[in-house]
Design a protein around this ligand. Structure first.
Ligand SMILES: C[S@@+](CC[C@H](N)C(=O)[O-])C[C@H]1O[C@@H](n2cnc3c(N)ncnc32)[C@H](O)[C@@H]1O
Length: 383
């Protein structure tokens, strides 16, 4: 398999230009529609941080406007002049697939310095063909550059019921805060690392935010402008499809979908210790030295009958069902500082807050980020 890109590298390249593929948008929205066929009915959907002339988000929602029963679709783009990934005046990454450049209001200066807005609205059939679709999108320049934080785009957020986009990765925290402040439903793409951010984790814990249905087998491929291909290592960028491969990207949402309500089928602790994976058998559920919980090194090894707190890896969230489990904390925020519990002579790796396991008499092993969970209804031991 080809390699995959790290967001660190993307940030270093000031590179937020990843364009989402049609199939990925369709699969994610389909999961919401399967759960609630009316999820978009009579709703105003905003697609900010887009490039509506060429983006699949705008085309996807415009094509499905009538099928979904949308009230209004609004997309906005960001001015090239404000975009650090664009280095010279006049440079554009994408074509004007909606023929904006043939429109009489099109001009080079506005296209460079201002964002654009595209609107498709119930009852406004521009070409009178009896159908509403991308041919009925009306576009204009925004006053400003289309920054999502601007008063102008924030006003559009306030008008919206649902916001869907792939926002700039480097501004993910700010973008999420902007969505929460607007009290909208949303579905946005971001790095799974953001789960560990102090601004993001409390939202997950309190069920205001969860992972979406996700990319097929966790592999996300984004189109990038070919001129940015050189920023990626060989094997990460695919010439033929002009896509970059990421493993650590997911959808973040507050819209319900079915996967989130599928219960995990689990074995008891006793059965896990006999029939479980080698890793689970060898680890054998030790207690942390600096938090009252047991270590569960993989999601499928969660014992069905344990009624206390359990530490699990972040990948648990791919299977998290809030009817079955409660998330009560995370090692990075809730662990007791190891220096407070270590005994004289103990050896341990230092760092930010993390859970530790006593491996030998004087040796503590530091673990990666752990979520702390509890069963809502642990299976009875006598069952
Ligand atoms: C990851 S790309 C995704 C583009 C598109 N939504 C898609 O998925 O096909 C993020 C987009 O956000 C735009 N952008 C960057 N900073 C922005 C800001 N402060 N406000 C609004 N948009 C921004 C970039 O120009 C870029 O096109």
């Amino acid at each position: 398999m080809a390699g995959n890109a790290s967001l660190g590298a993307a940030k270093a390249a000031k590179n937020d230009e990843f364009y989402t593929q049609w199939n990925d948008i369709e699969n994610e929205m389909q999961a919401y529609l399967e759960y609630d066929p009316d999820v978009f009915r009579d709703k105003v959907v905003l697609l900010p941080c887009d490039d509506p002339g060429a983006s699949n988000f705008t085309k996807y929602f415009a094509l499905n406007f009538e099928k979904f029963g949308l009230k209004k679709l609004i997309s906005t783009s960001y001015a090239p002049a404000s975009n650090p990934a664009i280095t010279e005046q006049g440079q554009m990454f994408l074509d004007f697939e909606l023929d904006e450049d043939k429109d009489e209001k099109f001009n080079k200066d506005d296209t460079w310095y201002r964002g654009r807005i595209y609107v498709l609205e119930h009852g406004i059939d521009l070409n009178n063909d009896g159908r509403l679709n991308k041919d009925d999108l009306q576009w204009d320049y925004l006053e400003g550059d289309g920054d999502f934080r601007s008063e102008e785009v924030t006003k559009l957020r306030n008008e919206a019921d649902i916001v869907v986009t792939n926002p700039p990765f480097s501004l993910f925290r700010e973008f999420l805060a902007w969505l929460i402040e607007g009290e909208v439903k949303f579905s946005v793409i971001g790095s799974k690392n953001s789960i560990t951010y102090k601004e993001v984790f409390p939202l997950i814990r309190s069920n205001q935010l969860w992972l979406g249905n996700g990319f097929a087998k966790g592999n996300a491929y984004f189109r990038i402008p070919p001129e940015l291909a050189r920023d990626f290592a060989t094997g990460v960028y695919d010439d033929e499809t002009s896509t970059v491969h990421f493993r650590n990207i997911d959808w973040f949402t507050n819209i319900e979908h079915g996967r989130r309500h599928e219960p995990l089928v689990l074995m008891t602790m006793e059965d896990n210790l006999i029939y479980g994976s080698k890793r689970v058998r060898e680890t054998a559920y030790p207690k942390y030295c600096n938090y009252d919980a047991i270590e569960v090194p993989e999601t499928k090894g969660i014992p069905s009958d344990f009624d206390g707190a359990m530490g699990v890896p972040i990948s648990f969230l791919d299977k998290y069902n809030p009817d079955q489990f409660e998330i009560v904390g995370a090692s990075l925020f809730d662990a007791i500082p190891i220096k407070k519990v270590a005994k004289p002579g103990d050896q341990f790796q230092q760092g930010g807050l993390a859970f530790y396991i006593r491996e030998e008499e004087n040796k503590l092993r530091r673990l990666y980020f752990r979520l702390i969970i509890r069963h809502r209804r642990p299976e009875s031991k006598d069952a």
